[in-house]
Structures are given as structure tokens and as C-alpha cells.
Design a protein around this ligand. Structure first.
Ligand code: ADP
Length: 411
């Protein structure tokens, strides 16, 4: 396996797309793959060409019945293709023994599918046992995986029915990682879990993946989960036709057609704000700001010279403290910190622009103040700044599609 091909430190020059965004090597390639189930006339998957990038999460998302699960199962030949070829790490595996293939590919499903009469340790050890690992090695691996998944060691001897849904799902992921496969297939893995636990499992899994860097194909029908989990997303239509294949940022900024636009829904533009952080944009530093020991008359001069309708007062530590408008200053308060409206919350530099939008909609000033780690004022984010960022994202995505002729967006 060429595990260094997608290294962000030393990417091969030919791994870059025209926009400079790194494009990793392909781990698995489906070439003209068709599946027609026995008794059906219409293929569930029709002539699918799909390159699965190495070391990333590729999400297959699309309406129910469009062929996502069938596509996933074709990858490890749980379902045999009617025609087409499957290339795994450069090798044509279309006709190798499917058992051998499956041992190199972990599989996680909704409702977990743990073996009820086996202990957690036995469940996690399933593939290592098949591979003939010795007891000591299996035991060490089980201990390691329980730890990685944040599960206590004494879970080893428990049975699946003794676990909560979230714990069982973690064991399901641990079992799929048992033999340290390069590839994981995940079919709606968090679909049957309550929303709060689901969010936590998604976050844990993303943290884990940032270390493991497995090649993952993740199926969901939920566009929000796709946006959150995917390094890349393939939006599928009927018979697994790829409607758009791209990063979540670009799909949100530039849905390729009406089908994709409808599927991602009306809030898609704003969802794009989740991908940008305050520290990465030009925050406005021209907003009128005065120190708490400035006189009301001086402060008024500052506000009059500015196009803004209010100014910001910083306290002795340079933390944002009060918003003051013309009227507040006209009363010539002796102490600026006792006048106007209190600044009730601030944005750290690592906040997303979506956080910033919420903050400025909630603030009574229409602006959000940005602070560093010590709470010291850095600048302002306002609605114009956010609108400019969104415009920039749309323009960049459009440029990307102008230089890439492939209609599915595969660059
Ligand atoms: P999705 O995962 O997107 O919901 P599926 O891959 O499960 O879609 O199904 C795609 C199509 O194939 C559907 O029309 C479904 O009814 C059909 N299908 C799925 N599994 C079978 C099967 N075992 N036998 C016959 N038809 C099937």
C-alpha cells in the first residue's frame, strides 16, 4: 500500500488539482460496475465509475433506494457485480477469493450486527482469529481497541445485550478495526442512535480518523451527516449515478444541478460557513474602538468620524466591554463602562463563521467581537464580512468547475 501518497507534507506534484487542492491517490476503483439483482430488470447500480481516495472519508449520500448500500457491498464483494471491474490498491480483485478481500476491509453497519452469544472481546477478535493470530497478539489488540474506542477494559467479558446503543456501536467500530484493515466500509453506522449520542460518536470517529487515516466509504441518506463526516462526498441519484463528486465545501458553494441543489436543501449556502474559521479571514479592524478611560467627548469624536452607528469600549485588560451609540454618548457619561449595552459574548479565533453568524444575529449590536486566547480584542465580524466570504467561496468553486470538464466534478 502506498501510504505516503496523500501525505500533506510531501504530496506528489501530480496529486494536485488545478485549484491547488491536494488530490490523494486512489485506493479502490470501481470501473463500469453494474449490479442487476436476480429477478430485476433494472440494475440497482448501473455502469458506475468511482475512484475511492486513499486515507480519506468518502461519503456516498443520496435518496433511499438509489443504490448506496449495494455500491458499498460491491466494494468488498459481499454482492457480486453483474459486470465491471474492481481494482484494490492497484490489483484487480474482481475474481479473487472474496473472503480474502473481506479480511482486508472492515465493515460497520447500522444496528451494529454484533454476535449476541459472543463476548465483546470475542466480537472484536473476529477477523484476527480468522487470520490465525496467536492468543497473546489477539488479546493485546482487543485491549488496544477498547482503549482507542474509549471503552473500559472490563467490557471484554460482557455480552452485547449488556451495552448501551452508543457503546455497542463503538464495539462495532472496534471489531471492524480488529485486524487494522486499510479500508473501512460503514453503512449508516450511526443511523440507529439517538441524536446526542450520534453527534458524540461522529466527533469521536472523526478524531480517531485524524490519527488512523483509513480509507473509508461511508453511506448515509442524511446530507448533514455527509457534510460533517466527508472529506469528499459523492451525491448519488437513481442506480448510483454520480450527480456530483467533490469536497463538501465546493458542493455547498456550487451545486452542479437542480437534483443536487434540491438534495442539499435551501440552507446549503449558510452550511458552507461551517468550513471557514474566524482566524482564516480578514476580520475588520477599522471599527471604532475606544479605551474605557476615554472621555465621552473624545469617544463622540471617534464615533462621529466613523460610518458606524455605535462604538466599542474596551476595559482595562483590552477586553470588549460595552457598545455605545450616539445617544449613550450624548448623555456624557463619566464612566464609559457604566453606559450603553454590555458585550455579553465574544468569538474566539478558532470559532467557525457559522458560530460568528449566530453570534452576530444574537448580539444587539449586529456585530460579533473577536478575541484572542486571553480575551483581548482583535476585531469585528459583521454581516458584510460573512457575505464577502460566501461570495469568495462561490467564485472559487465556480472557477474550479470552469477548469474541470468532467460533469461529475471528478477532477
Ligand atoms: P440505498 O442503500 O440507496 O437505500 P439499496 O442499494 O439498498 O439502496 O437498493 C437499491 C435498489 O436495489 C433498490 O431498488 C432496492 O429495492 C434494490 N435491492 C436492494 N437489495 C436487493 C436484493 N437483495 N434483491 C433485490 N433487489 C434489491
Amino acid at each position: 500500500m502506498t501510504s505516503t501518497a496523500s501525505s500533506p507534507i510531501d504530496p506528489a506534484p501530480n496529486q494536485h488539482s488545478a485549484t491547488g487542492v491536494e488530490k490523494p491517490a486512489t485506493m479502490i476503483s470501481l470501473q463500469g460496475v453494474t449490479k442487476t439483482y436476480d429477478g430485476s430488470v433494472i440494475p440497482a447500480v448501473d455502469s458506475l465509475n468511482l475512484d475511492i481516495p486513499e486515507g480519506e472519508i468518502l461519503v456516498l449520500v443520496g435518496p433511499s433506494g438509489c443504490g448506496k448500500s449495494t455500491t458499498l457491498r460491491l466494494i468488498n464483494r459481499m454482492i457480486e457485480p453483474t459486470s465491471g471491474r474492481i481494482i484494490f490498491d492497484g490489483e484487480d480483485v474482481t475474481s479473487v477469493n472474496p473472503d480474502l478481500l473481506r479480511r482486508r476491509i472492515g465493515y460497520v453497519i447500522q444496528q451494529i450486527g454484533l454476535f449476541p452469544h459472543q463476548t465483546i472481546a470475542q466480537n472484536i477478535a473476529t477477523v484476527p482469529r480468522l487470520l490465525g493470530w496467536d492468543k497473546a497478539k489477539i488479546n493485546a489488540r482487543v485491549t488496544e481497541l477498547l482503549d482507542v474506542m474509549g471503552l473500559p477494559n472490563d467490557f471484554k467479558d460482557r455480552y452485547p445485550k449488556e451495552l448501551s446503543g452508543g457503546q455497542a456501536q463503538r464495539v462495532g467500530v472496534a471489531r471492524a478495526l480488529g485486524s487494522d484493515p486499510a479500508v473501512l466500509l460503514m453503512d449508516e453506522p450511526f443511523g440507529a442512535i439517538d441524536p446526542i449520542t450520534r453527534d458524540r460518536l461522529q466527533n469521536e470517529f472523526l478524531r480517531l480518523q485524524s490519527e488512523l487515516k483509513k480509507t473509508i466509504v461511508f453511506v448515509t441518506h442524511d446530507i448533514d451527516e455527509a457534510i460533517k463526516m466527508g472529506d469528499r462526498i459523492a451525491i448519488l441519484g437513481e442506480q448510483s449515478r454520480i450527480a456530483q463528486f467533490d469536497t463538501p465545501e465546493r458542493i455547498l458553494a456550487y451545486p452542479i444541478d437542480d437534483f443536487v441543489a434540491d438534495f442539499i436543501g435551501s440552507g446549503s449556502t449558510l452550511k458552507g460557513l461551517n468550513f471557514e474559521r474566524v482566524r482564516d479571514i480578514d476580520i475588520s479592524t477599522s471599527f471604532p474602538v475606544v479605551s474605557h478611560d476615554t472621555s465621552a467627548t473624545e469617544a463622540k469624536t471617534v464615533l462621529d468620524a466613523s460610518p458606524e452607528r455605535s462604538l466599542l469600549v474596551l476595559d482595562a485588560k483590552s477586553h470588549p466591554a460595552r457598545w455605545l451609540n450616539d445617544k449613550d454618548l450624548a448623555a456624557t457619561p463619566a464612566d464609559l463602562l457604566a453606559a450603553g449595552v454590555e458585550v455579553t459574548s465574544t468569538l474566539p479565533m478558532h470559532a467557525t463563521l457559522h458560530d460568528a453568524l449566530e453570534e452576530l444575529l444574537m448580539s444587539n449590536a449586529g456585530q460579533a467581537t473577536v478575541v484572542d486566547n486571553s480575551g483581548v480584542y482583535q476585531g469585528i465580524v459583521d454581516i458584510e464580512v460573512l457575505a464577502d466570504v460566501l461570495k469568495g467561496m462561490r467564485a472559487a468553486a465556480r472557477r474550479h468547475y470552469e477548469v474541470h470538464v468532467d460533469s461529475a466534478g471528478q477532477s
